[in-house]
Design a protein around this ligand. Structure first.
Ligand code: TXA
Ligand code: MG
Length: 340
């Protein structure tokens, strides 16, 4: 497939407007368009069309039981695709939308099962990125969009990542800014009596509890890194696949910060002596935003540099944002943990 790539950083306002109109035309025609959001780049298609959604699965090489997130730019669009009491959703939207929070609600008949992986519920969010909102406004339909990586690769947060993964597989790529958040949205299930976090993100449990004025739950499977329980099945279907994986082997050092540094240094020296190329990922203490912004880019860079072994230092999981980044780090490493 011939992919049209629009380098937004080089276009003037009129050219951008024209490109967004073209992108919207493609979405309405049932084609795929890669676009930036504030979290990661998404590969979008009309979420109400089975044929269009099918093209996303094909481009990603994604198992089709893994449901997609629908992106909306208005509450009216949300009402069309859900059949639920929206009181809680409204409170959350007021505080966090547009932004990196996805909510799960009972779906309306309009949403095909192909979009939701056969589930009766649907995941929805309103992205914050300007191009994403414009695209939604111009296409007028909810846009289904998973992260625009080939299934299993680190999520794309820079325009070069999407060109690497998606050139030749989609109709159009809007190559824009780097994604300012850098990890995917927080997913919150509102279909149960007490809301439950299914995927951690930069909007933390505490942020949500403060807004709702109540305690909420976290999917037990997310606590897996503390317990090493192999048999807990995550509730968000996508959380069970090996994810974000760099080609190199990877280990995460967990423990006291000084010991982490020393442990990494020691192993690095030993492995380099035996001829291995070693990469280190060690973020500044409490620099959670920076860690989220750079993690996936770092992982891809290490692949480019043909690193054999990546040694990463854990972040403080007491902070919800640290926990969110750690969730990705541990998955990248296939839960290969070294306690120091
Ligand atoms: O930040 C994001 O959320 C990005 C950008 C592009 O918006 N999108 C993203 O999509 O991360 P994706 O497809 O890579 O991840 C969606 C996650 C998967 O783990 C999927 O299983 C879960 O959401 N999910 C979707 N619909 C669900 C549902 N109805 N119930 C439970 N989990 C659901
Ligand atoms: Mg993904």
């Amino acid at each position: 497939m011939k992919t049209r790539i629009y380098d937004f950083l080089k276009l003037n306002d009129d050219e951008r407007e024209a490109a967004l109109l073209e992108a919207a035309r493609l979405i309405k025609a049932g084609e795929t368009v890669v676009f930036p959001t504030e979290t990661v780049y998404g590969i979008g298609a009309n979420g109400l069309s089975e044929e269009a959604v099918e093209k996303i699965y094909t481009a990603k090489g994604r198992p089709s039981d893994n449901p997609l997130i629908l992106h909306v730019n208005s509450f009216d669009m949300l009402k069309e695709i859900t059949e639920a009491d929206l009181t809680t959703a409204e409170k959350l939207a007021e505080e966090f939308w547009p932004g990196p929070l996805t909510i799960i609600l009972k779906k309306s008949a309009k949403v095909p099962e192909r979009t939701t992986g056969g589930l009766e519920t649907v995941a929805v969010r309103m992205p914050k990125n300007h191009e994403a909102l414009k695209l939604l406004e111009k296409s007028g339909v909810p846009v289904a969009a998973p992260s625009a990586n080939v299934s299993g690769r680190p999520s794309p947060t820079r325009s070069k990542h999407v060109i690497e993964d998606m050139d030749g597989k989609v109709s159009m790529i809007i190559a824009g800014d780097s994604c300012e958040v850098g990890i995917e949205s927080t997913i919150l299930d509102l279909t149960q009596e007490v809301p439950m976090i299914l995927r951690p993100g930069m909007i933390s449990k505490e942020d949500i509890e403060r807004t709702l004025g109540m305690e909420i739950l976290t999917d037990k499977a997310l606590e897996r890194y503390n317990h090493h329980e192999e048999d807990v099945r995550p509730k968000a279907p996508g959380m069970k696949y090996r994810h974000y994986a760099p080609r190199a082997e990877m280990a995460v050092f967990i423990g006291d910060r000084e010991k982490i540094k020393a442990g990494i240094e020691k192993m690095k020296n030993a492995e380099e002596k035996s001829g291995k190329r070693v990469g280190v990922i060690l973020f500044g203490e409490k620099e959670y935003e920076q860690a989220a912004y750079t993690l996936f880019d770092e992982l891809r860079k290490m692949d480019e540099e043909k690193v054999d072994l990546i040694l990463a230092g854990a972040l403080d999981v007491e902070d919800g944002r640290g926990e969110a980044v750690m969730n990705r780090m541990l998955k990248s490493a296939g839960y290969n943990i070294i306690k120091v």
